[in-house]
Design a protein around this ligand. Sequence first.
Ligand SMILES: [Zn+2]
Length: 220
Amino acid sequence: MPKQTAYILVGPPGAGKGTQSELLVDNLNLKVIQPGVFLRKEAKNNTEVGILIEGLISYGMIVPDEFVDKRVYTALSRNTRDILFDGYPRTTGQAEKLAGYLKKNHINTYFIQITLPEKLIIERINGRRSCHCGETYHIKHNPPKKFGICDKCGQKLYIRTDSRKPVIRKRVKLYHEQTEPVIKYFQKRHDVRMTFIKVNGNRDIDKVHADIMAAISKTA
Ligand SMILES: [Zn+2]
């Protein structure tokens, strides 16, 4: 079996991580592991679990590891393609488990960090619009062809509850609180083959993507 490659993509809310994730998936034909999309779908369900998750997400809080991990490793067990982790791992517990998986399967990994100053994060998220199919837009930076309508599926776009200002600030804080220990954890795991890449997110979508691709091929 050929050696697998994995990409872990992180970035503060509003840094265009979702868009970059899609570009990488298309360009490199990746299997995407994206617990955030799954959780938001689950949160729409009027079940006990759905209501609980909706509550956690709305207040910028984190969903318990075991709930997320179960889905992640089920998806991985069925996969043979290269992998993109988008919005995962979020905790050192998840990172530890993932490091073990990457090591065991001899997976070469790129840890890609998109950066963006906090001031710009707030500005960007205010213009964000989402679709129930998982697509995201920005009224200024990435508008749909038809106002308020998803290009991909034609549904009406909406403003996510986690796009409100106080929640954004909480999410940015949470992002730093979560991501920094995860990076530190991986940097100490010398038994896992991991390359760290940092990309400036305050540029055009295509330029950010080109930077990521260039950094990957440079170190491949
Ligand atoms: Zn859509």
